[in-house]
Design a protein. Structure first.
Ligand SMILES: NC(=O)c1ccc[n+]([C@@H]2O[C@H](COP(=O)([O-])OP(=O)(O)OC[C@H]3O[C@@H](n4cnc5c(N)ncnc54)[C@H](O)[C@@H]3O)[C@@H](O)[C@H]2O)c1
Length: 325
């Protein structure tokens, strides 16, 4: 297939683009490089530098494409509460403008990057697809809204889609093809890596009195290589006539903050200095997802998502960037 990967120079998008190229697809990466890196785009992919809100360039790029993988978005849930207009523009208006162009160009399939944030507070664990969807931040609302638009576009326009709800994407390509680090990372694993390699002196652990095995929060970390594999499977499923669907991509279990810190200490051989501080407002105690529906529908089973594999491949990316002295 000829596939346009919008946001394909980003952290997850570059892994997806490499996987699509490896599987023999013709890939066009469309990215404004606001957070993505040109160097992360596979050599065999065509690169178009542009914004998905540009109607002319979008149409020119999408001509002849069978499918789009749509990852272009702003992703900071906290920032979405402080600057909702920016999230309206990028995650709703720009996305819809691109889908408009895709429809004009006869694109048949869409794989959309959705998020665990569509659920809001968990009422039970693991989170499955039937769990109520009630986002607690504007970012999550934008993702849910696009999922709903896609369900309508199937009924009204015949565009088949897959909404893939990632939990905490982590890790780097085990073969070392993608090593581009995220700029100003705020997520736990990059922060732990920065402490291990000395870029940061230390870090804070928010809350050590949660009702969990070691008192720290639990999260579901899913390796980007497993996420990339799910995109391939989703496209294959749609191409074979599968119906529009939404699935959660998680491992079915949670890792604590201390699990991550201890794995990083073991793999790097360095001490991770941290300070235990009070709970942070809005942090849920534990979150993990059932990957059962993705397994049933797509035959998707995470293979790289042990915390050791996630931390090791991330550490290797930090080494490749010369950050480990
Ligand atoms: N990282 C996670 O844990 C996670 C979890 C759930 C969902 N997601 C979603 O997955 C997608 C990819 O996330 P990521 O972690 O790779 O983030 P990222 O910031 O690395 O990737 C986003 C990419 O989209 C590009 N982009 C943004 N707005 C654009 C626009 N208007 N036009 C063209 N390009 C644009 C950026 O330059 C970047 O390359 C996002 O939609 C995000 O909301 C991520």
């Amino acid at each position: 297939m000829r596939i346009c990967v919008a946001g394909g120079a980003g952290y997850i998008g570059s892994h997806v683009s490499h996987a699509l190229v490896n599987a023999g697809h013709e890939v066009v990466v469309f990215d404004n490089l606001s957070t993505g890196l040109r160097t992360s785009v596979p050599e065999k992919a065509t690169f178009v530098h542009g914004d998905v809100s540009d109607p002319l360039l979008s149409r020119k790029t999408l001509k002849g494409c069978d499918a789009i993988v749509y990852l272009a978005a702003s992703k900071d849930a906290g920032a979405s509460m402080l600057d909702p207009i920016r999230y309206t523009r990028n995650n709703l208006q720009a996305t819809m403008s691109f889908f408009d162009a895709a429809n004009d160009c006869g694109v048949k399939y869409v794989v959309f990057s959705s998020s665990a944030a569509v659920f809001g507070e968990s009422q039970y664990l693991p989170l499955d697809e039937d769990h109520p969807k009630d986002p607690t931040n504007y970012y999550g609302y934008t993702k849910l809204e696009i999922e709903r638009v896609l369900a309508w576009y199937d009924k009204l326009l015949g565009i088949k889609s897959a909404s893939l709800r990632y939990f905490n994407a982590a890790g780097y390509d085990p073969d070392g093809k993608v090593t581009g680090l995220e700029r100003n990372p705020a997520n736990l694993i990059p922060v732990v890596m920065e402490v291990a390699c000395g870029v940061r002196k230390g870090m804070q652990v928010f809350g050590t009195d949660w009702n969990t095995k070691d008192g720290t929060c639990l999260r579901d970390y899913i390796h980007v290589t497993d996420l990339a594999d799910a995109h391939l499977r989703a496209l294959d499923h749609l191409e074979k006539g599968g119906a529009t669907f939404a699935v959660n991509l998680g491992t079915g279990s949670g890792q604590s903050v201390l699990d991550v810190i201890h794995a990083a200490e073991k793999i790097s051989g360095r001490k991770v200095n941290y300070q235990a501080v009070g709970r942070r407002a809005g942090d849920p105690e534990a979150l993990w997802a059932s990957g059962e529906k993705a397994k049933q529908l797509l035959g998707w089973v995470p293979k790289h998502s042990s915390i050791e594999s996630i931390v090791e491949t991330t550490w290797n990316a930090y080494k490749a960037n010369g950050l480990v002295k």
